[in-house]
Ligand binder design. Structure first.
Ligand code: SAH
Ligand code: SF4
Ligand code: F3S
Length: 461
């Protein structure tokens, strides 16, 4: 999953007499979605957003535990927020500091032990009770840690009206993961796989369209394992769900992320050929090109399995933009294993990728494996892999020069008159045009390509 580039706060004005909150999001798109739902609930309860924590009655960090760096960043932020809380207390103002997200779930009470300024720790399964929990903290002054998996459908309980901050909206359809890759904390922080019922998703998709969305990105930690309940209790696959959502008036584009190779079924592959609204891009993490390491990672597929899925995907949807995640320096990784990953990358040709140094995570099996790879070697291998991936991204982007892209414009650019959008292949693109084109899909002649983005000229209507 990609990192959010920019988290738009839905409210910016804050009348002097109302309560204000500051919310910061770390990690993947699932956290971005959860933050949006929390913001909607806070708006309903009379809060307005501020981007300065010194003005905030309520501070929420929505955190990520995937790698050590991500988790440690939270503690350094909390140190600064404690100082702000103390300053505000000297002015007679109360501040409630909340840690939400995957660090909250994984570390629980350890957080209030390490940083006693924290008032509330709330795991991802309890967001529908956020208002009650904040109320209890305010009333009693107690510190609360709420990290139970209670098996309630929190989505059904989150009833504040949906709003969008961009014409491209996220919709979480599945949460949790049963795969237990040996390096990964997600099965422990998000719990077992759960798919939301089809009717709920259709209803939420319509609400997003009414609020201004034209593109939906369906989210799940393991989104292609989706098997939600349809009419009369029948189980519905991701491909079938996409078909249902594509029938909703106003939904012009659909994407989904993140998929696991093991769940890349044939009906989903042919959906890329048959459903016009399903965009020609696929994020399918492979992690490594070495079968020995894939087995040690418990990935349930080999390099050859992955390549054969990619062949099928390419023949169903020629020109599809492929992307992946990679881990270098997994315990026991040899030069031969690292070379196997490079060979797989050369064979596939990725449009975009995310690559990370292996980070041992507490409680995961791989953190106890022998033969941990030295940091310097991880860095060396990461640089070699990233050089190849960056070259492939540039090649993919350069091949678009002279072509016509369909682009959804999402926001204003930094320069005057500039718009920023995404091509159907998910490439970032800049073009000059009026702000009224935000939310519209236009044909754009691609004139320039860099590694991270394209430039184009909007065709006359
Ligand atoms: N649901 C997603 C996983 C989210 S984590 C999926 O299955 O793809 C996103 C990426 O972070 C993973 O694909 C993996 O490449 C990386 N990652 C996960 N755990 C890691 C760890 N312990 N060290 C380094 N990278 C890790
Ligand atoms: Fe983590 Fe593996 Fe599940 Fe992805 S599939 S969330 S990497 S355990
Ligand atoms: Fe991070 Fe949790 Fe997402 S660990 S990547 S925020 S599921």
């Amino acid at each position: 999953m990609t990192k959010p580039e920019h988290i738009a706060l839905l409210d910016s004005a804050s009348p002097a007499d109302s309560k204000t909150y500051y919310l910061k999001t770390f990690g993947c798109q699932m956290n971005v979605y959860d933050s949006e739902r929390m913001m909607e609930a806070l708006a309903r309860d009379g809060y307005s957003a501020t981007d300065a924590p010194d003005n905030a009655d309520l501070i929420i960090l929505n955190t990520c535990h995937i790698r050590e760096k991500a988790a440690e960043k939270v503690y350094s932020d909390l140190g600064r927020l404690r100082d702000i809380k103390n300053l505000r207390a000297a002015q007679g103002k109360n501040t409630v500091i909340t840690v939400a997200g995957c660090v909250a779930q994984a570390e629980g009470r350890e957080i209030t032990r390490r940083q006693p300024a924290v008032d509330l720790v709330v795991g991802p399964q309890s967001y529908h009770r956020l208002d009650q929990l904040i109320g209890r903290v305010a009333k009693t002054g107690d510190r609360i840690v709420e990290t139970e998996f209670e098996g309630e459908n929190k989505f059904a309980e989150m009833t504040a009206p949906r709003r969008v901050s961009s014409p491209s909206a996220f919709l979480t359809i599945q949460e949790g993961c049963d795969k237990f890759c040996t390096f990964c904390v997600v099965p422990y922080t998000r719990g077992v796989e759960f798919s939301r019922p089809v009717a709920d998703l259709e209803q939420e998709a319509r609400a997003l369209v009414e609020a201004g969305a034209v593109e939906l990105t369906l989210l799940g930690q393991n989104v292609n394992a989706y098997h939600g309940e349809g009419a009369s209790g029948r189980s519905v696959s991701l491909a079938e769900l996409i078909r249902r959502l594509a029938d909703i008036d106003g939904i012009q584009r659909i994407r989904y992320t993140t998929s696991h190779p093991h769940d890349m079924s044939d009906d989903l592959i042919v959906a890329h050929r048959d459903i016009a609204q399903l965009m020609p891009s696929l994020h399918l993490p492979v992690q490594s090109g070495s079968d020995r390491l894939l087995a040690a990672m418990n990935r349930k597929h080999t390099a050859a399995d992955y390549l054969s899925i990619i062949d099928k995907v390419k023949s169903a949807c020629p020109g599809i933009a492929l992307s992946s995640d990679f881990i270098v320096g997994f315990p026991g990784e040899t030069d031969t294993d690292a070379e196997a990953t490079l060979a797989l990358v050369r064979e596939v040709g990725f449009a975009q990728s995310f690559s990370f140094k292996y980070s041992p995570r507490p409680g995961t099996p791989a953190s106890g494996f022998g033969e941990q790879v030295p940091e310097a070697l991880k860095t060396e291998r990461l640089l070699a892999l990233q050089a190849l991936l960056e070259e492939q991204q540039l090649t993919f982007n350069r091949a678009s020069i002279g072509q016509v892209a369909t682009v959804l414009f999402e926001r204003l650019g930094r320069e005057g008159g500039q718009l920023v959008g995404r091509t159907s292949h998910l490439q970032l693109i800049h073009a000059t045009g009026p702000a009224s084109m935000i939310g519209q899909i236009a044909r754009v002649d691609i004139t320039q390509a860099r590694q991270m983005s394209l430039t184009g000229v909007i065709q006359a209507a």
